[in-house]
Write a new protein. Structure first.
Ligand SMILES: Nc1ncnc2c1ncn2[C@@H]1O[C@H](COP(=O)(O)OP(=O)(O)OP(=O)(O)O)[C@@H](O)[C@H]1O
Ligand SMILES: O=c1[nH]c(=O)c2[nH+]cn([C@@H]3O[C@H](COP(=O)(O)O)[C@@H](O)[C@H]3O)c2[nH]1
Ligand SMILES: NC(=O)CC[C@H](N)C(=O)O
Ligand SMILES: [Mg+2]
Length: 533
């Protein structure tokens, strides 16, 4: 990255807390609470990040929780160089165990009981004003949420106890002289009601970070950053799906570089009913973004013919997206020749927002339009890469994008193909489309669209028998799925009104030829996932 571009990156213009992620399900909540509630900018990187690779100096470091046990052979550990950086450190759960284990591996051991749930924390008066800073203003007791098995069994040398619970003698620790702190409980969870005060004490009081993170400033800075990054001549091709992420990214890009930005929607043959037309209209007419729709429907469906395996389907779709974008990049370059816009297409815009960065197992190949292959001579630009979905929505509202678009449920890049179990063909796409359209229309008509985070209909691979109008039918099973989630990492099934479900079922069976039954998927995530494949 060019020096001036890096200089504009948010971690260089805002005081930044660095969160090193050990893979906890709640790491991102630390980040969100710091940004949205404490208004301190925070960035999350994998726990394995080497300090030498950092291009900025954080004001402080937080080590998150995580599923591993510090004493396991393959457990992840931080780069010890963080202790030489001279900035304050806060370890949370696994992070706290990591601090203790580094001093002496005998400090941490498996507990006798798993402690999941509420705990009453007693706050101790530290020996000096320094050790008292983390819990300043909190009084003598507080409620906290615990989720651990391992625990500190000895007080690490040089530390003192600043909090304890019935099960955890060392629920809070502070180094006697250095600004290093650890807590066994999770201040980032809502179940730790005063947790935000602890995070504030750490970030603002102890690290001295300015609480000045504002979405408006971020937008202004992003526009400047993009202009620097792209320069005066280069062109940018953008993958725009009509989803909130890519629409917001496209609007930002257009504000930054005008018509050197080329928005492309690929019709992958597995979009929803009338989706391409609607997206084109919304972007052109309401947002003034000139969108080209590339029709790849036949190509995608022909490559998916005979393919059953979910990961294979995802990979084929990803690769086909890339092929088409590559073609488009060449076309744009050619068409711009001899115009004032002439210039190389150097950048590829994707609207991806934050996903999990810790050491977790790959459950699915989440591709957006696929990993960028070497052959694609384009550099990736992802202006939303540090934002969460709700932050992208706030961003979209600031940019003046219509509420309906900003609040749209996400729709995955591989589209209906991962909702049509097994082989995808034109007939089953038509069935899935029709059923999905009824489901979403009824949800909207009932006024509950915003109550759920995502809803769709999947189609089974096998068929079931039914009776319609006295005749035997043999058709697919429509699987309705609707979930509520904040972060898409975990989700709960939406608690439907039964009469509404029945109405939807009746309509789908009556109106969609090829469907014999309707079921509602009530699996949570985990152990399920949101999409079927
Ligand atoms: N059919 C498509 N045509 C062009 N680009 C696409 C298409 N589908 C997905 N993409 C690209 O993949 C990215 C990731 O998809 P993703 O679904 O996560 O985001 P989104 O579609 O912008 O928003 P949302 O998450 O709300 O659906 C998009 O931002 C876009 O860049
Ligand atoms: O752009 C995308 N490309 C993909 O390959 C993909 N797979 C899943 N999703 C979306 O991610 C969220 C979590 O989905 P899962 O629980 O199924 O993993 C849900 O919102 C899914 O819709 C995808 N989005
Ligand atoms: N939530 C956590 O960070 C758990 C840490 C560790 N795996 C334990 O069980 O104690
Ligand atoms: Mg999408």
């Amino acid at each position: 990255m060019a020096a001036n571009v890096e200089a504009e990156a948010p971690h260089n213009t805002f005081d930044t807390i660095l969160l090193l992620d050990f893979g906890s399900q709640t790491s991102h909540l630390i980040l969100r609470r710091l940004r949205n509630e404490a208004r301190v900018y925070c960035e999350m990187l994998p726990c394995t990040t080497k300090l030498a690779e950092l291009t900025f100096k954080p004001k402080g470091i937080i080590l998150s929780g995580g599923p591993a046990s510090v004493y396991d052979k393959d457990a992840p550990h931080v780069d010890p160089a963080i202790f030489d950086l001279g900035v304050p450190i806060l370890g949370i759960c696994y992070g706290c165990q990591e601090l203790a284990w580094r001093i002496d591996s005998a400090n941490v051991a498996g507990g006798k009981i798993r402690e999941y749930g509420h705990a009453d924390v007693t706050i101790h008066n530290g020996a000096n004003s320094h050790t008292n800073r983390l819990f300043a203003g909190l009084g003598e007791t507080m409620h906290a949420y615990m989720s651990h098995f391992d625990k500190l069994v000895k007080l690490p040398e040089g530390f003192e106890v600043i909090a304890s619970t019935q099960n955890s003698e060392y629920a809070g620790i502070a180094h006697q002289t250095k600004p290093i702190y650890g807590v066994q409980f999770h201040p980032e969870l809502e179940h730790t009601p005063r947790g935000i005060e602890i995070l504030r004490n750490f970030a603002i009081e102890i690290c001295g970070a300015q609480p000045n993170w504002e979405m408006k400033d971020f937008i202004k800075k992003e526009i400047v950053r993009i202009r620097h990054l792209v320069g005066d001549r280069a062109q940018v091709i953008g993958a725009v799906s009509g989803g909130v992420d890519s629409t917001v990214a496209a609007k930002l890009m257009q504000e930054a570089i005008g018509d050197r930005f080329h928005a492309i929607l690929v019709n992958n043959g597995v979009m929803r009913l009338n989706e391409c037309e609607q997206v084109k209209e919304t972007l052109d007419e309401h947002l003034g973004i000139n969108l080209t729709v590339v029709d790849g429907a036949e190509l995608f469906l022909s490559r998916l013919k005979g393919v059953n395996e979910p990961e294979k389907k995802r990979k084929i779709i990803g690769a086909t997206f890339i092929d088409l974008f590559q073609q488009e990049a060449l076309r744009i370059e050619k068409e711009a020749e001899n115009t004032p816009n002439a210039g190389p297409v150097e950048w590829f815009l994707q609207g991806t927002s934050v996903s999990y960065k810790g050491p977790s197992a790959t459950i699915k190949t989440h591709h957006n339009v696929g990993g960028l292959p070497e052959t694609l001579k384009l550099k990736l630009i992802e202006p939303l890469r540090e934002l969460f979905k709700d932050e992208v929505r706030e961003f979209g509202r600031e940019l003046g994008i219509h509420r309906d678009l900003v609040m749209r449920h996400p729709f995955p890049g591989p589209g209906l193909a991962i909702r049509i179990l097994g082989e995808v063909d034109a007939e089953r796409v038509a069935i899935a489309r029709a059923a999905d359209h009824i489901f979403i229309s009824e949800i909207r008509a009932a006024g509950v669209y915003d109550e759920m985070s995502q809803a769709y209909v999947a189609i089974s691979k096998d068929r079931a028998v039914g009776v319609q109008g006295d005749a035997r039918v043999y058709g697919y099973i429509a699987i309705l799925r609707a979930v509520k989630t904040l972060d898409f990492m975990s989700a709960e099934p939406y608690n439907f009104d039964f009469a509404l479900l029945k109405k939807i079922s009746t309509r789908i069976v009556n109106e969609v030829e090829g469907i014999a039954r309707v079921t509602y998927d009530i699996t949570s995530k985990p152990p399920g996932t949101i999409e079927m494949e």
